[in-house]
Write a protein that binds this ligand. Structure first.
Ligand code: DX5
Length: 216
């Protein structure tokens, strides 16, 4: 069954004590924290203080998605706050191997992300060194955008490469994911679906949203 990561980018943190138990009851597999610097993307993202706070209240796997110009400067802090996986964008570093090594030295899993306009081949050289490849299915920076279907070609190319080389790298997509677009992604070979609006703005609530996504 496909794994589900709930993006809390646009969650109402004044109500976290309501929705965190609901995410747990719905058996969401991960929580994704969108970290932004208003430089690489024109947005400030989620306040990292909530990652540190919620870490004390749940065992759910935390993946921090760093849409920032200097991800290497955030590794130590996010490891100490309790991120389990550090996802960086290939567009934001000239030394990916050094960054991968630093993330691993801090005891976190490694994810490498490719933005909407970036060719997926850019991350091929690193697939045997990371735990996850994240294909953005929108332009990074904001929740609630529409799914950009052309990125499914990147997923299919990744699936082919990972399978042909028997690599242990999971494929994740993020942006405009709901039951309908999620099904397209799973059919293309995705292992993890990230959804924010598709979960928090679902008319039938979190439990039904996660259930539908798990069935994608
Ligand atoms: C974009 C963000 C969003 C967020 C989920 O930078 O990464 O993709 O996680 O947004 P939704 O699911 O609302 O499109």
């Amino acid at each position: 069954m496909v794994k589900i990561a709930a993006s809390v980018l646009n969650a109402d943190f004044s109500k976290w004590q309501e929705w965190l138990p609901k995410l747990e009851e719905a058996k969401v597999d991960r929580i994704q924290w969108d970290i932004m610097d208003n430089k690489y993307v024109p947005n400030n993202g989620v306040d990292k203080k909530w990652l540190a706070e919620l870490r004390n209240h749940t065992k759910i796997f935390f993946e921090s998605h760093h849409m920032v110009k200097k991800p290497e400067e955030q590794v130590t802090e996010f490891a100490e706050m309790g991120s389990n996986m550090f996802i960086f964008h290939i567009e934001t570093t000239s030394e990916p191997l050094k960054l991968i090594e630093k993330i691993e030295e801090h005891g976190m899993k490694v994810g490498i992300a490719v933005n909407n306009q970036t060719p997926v081949e850019k991350i091929f050289p690193y697939l045997d060194k990371v735990d996850l490849a994240l294909v953005m299915t929108v332009e990074a920076g904001f929740g609630g955008q529409s799914f950009v279907e052309k990125n499914l070609e990147k997923v299919k190319a990744l699936r082919k490469k990972i399978d042909s080389e028997k690599l242990d790298c999971k494929i994740e997509v993020d942006g405009g994911i709901d039951a309908k677009t999620g099904a397209l992604c799973v059919a293309s070979g995705v292992d993890v679906l990230v959804s924010g609006s598709g979960i928090f703005k679902h008319p039938k609530g979190i439990a039904e949203a996660v259930k539908e996504l798990h069935k994608s």
